[in-house]
Write a protein that binds this ligand. Sequence first.
Ligand code: COI
Length: 352
Amino acid sequence: MKIKLAEQRKQKPDFSKLGFGKYFTDHLLVWEYDADKGGWQEQRIEPYDDFKLDPACCSLHYGQGIFEGLKAYKTEDGKVTMFRPRDNFERMNRSAERLCMAQFDVEEAVNGLVQLIKIEEEWIPAAEGTSLYIRPFMFGTEPFLGVHPSRRFLFTVILSPVGSYYSGGLEPTRLIVEEHYTRASQGGTGEAKCMGNYAASLLAGEEAKKKGYDQVLWLDAEYKKYVTEVGSMNMMFVIDGKVVTPMLDGTILRGITRDSAIKVLKSAGYEVEERKVEIEELVSAARDGLLEEAFGTGTAAVISPVGAITYKGSDIIINGGKMGKITSWLYDRITGIQRGRYEDEFGWVKEV
Ligand code: COI
């Protein structure tokens, strides 16, 4: 590991007004891969600065790029921790495989990240609802114009002190079911955390925002019948006391918060079903008074209540538009494990 520290440190933002992803720390981690130089090179920590890229850099043309999102916390007893970092890097390797990109050693990635976090410790906000968001990403850097996999990649980690992802914090969001555009189809890249998935979702998201919604709830591409996810989060519904969530079918992100939520709920005795969820099932459950809660799960979104879902012009109002009991219990459990308020019974917390 080569470390070059910044000569000048940035002025830190007001940690009580962070928003999401607006400020970046003083350093980043860079790890280059070059197939012609034997693969992965020595990791480097350097001052945060612009990249210099060849205009023919292949990922600028063909989008060979993937990313991850995880968080570091300052716990009440002053420790610095990360939540499930290995799982994120393992998922990143799966994304890399799908996008024909170089895979890396997960332990080495975690070690590099630990060193970066140690250097940037002062940037970790401590207040409840805040954290240091960690954004690993990797893209092809080889300059060429033919369509083929890159032989060079840049793996980078940047850090951003954050507050809540939604400007309304834990205020329930309003979703609209997207009936025209689709996010992912069978055999596509829906499960990979690749840049193009997010680019492809922007137009639907902008159109939804113009109509006053926070996010789009995506349906499956083939039948436009099954609920899948919300791009920035996986979805869960409480129907007649049971927690129901769309099963992982290759088109849905394998959410780490989703997985954590399922395990925490099950260990507390809740029934959780991972299966196909028809949008019409939600409509009829709401009509029968059985759709009790809806919430999203994600690293950025944490556990995020959903207050209303619009489908075919009609609104499904959930729990009177208020955060439900299971949602707020789960928010407390997950953030409590992450911040060290509850025992880490699943071994998810890594001390830095
Ligand atoms: C995350 O939750 O970390 C994500 O990567 C989602 C992104 C849209 C902020």
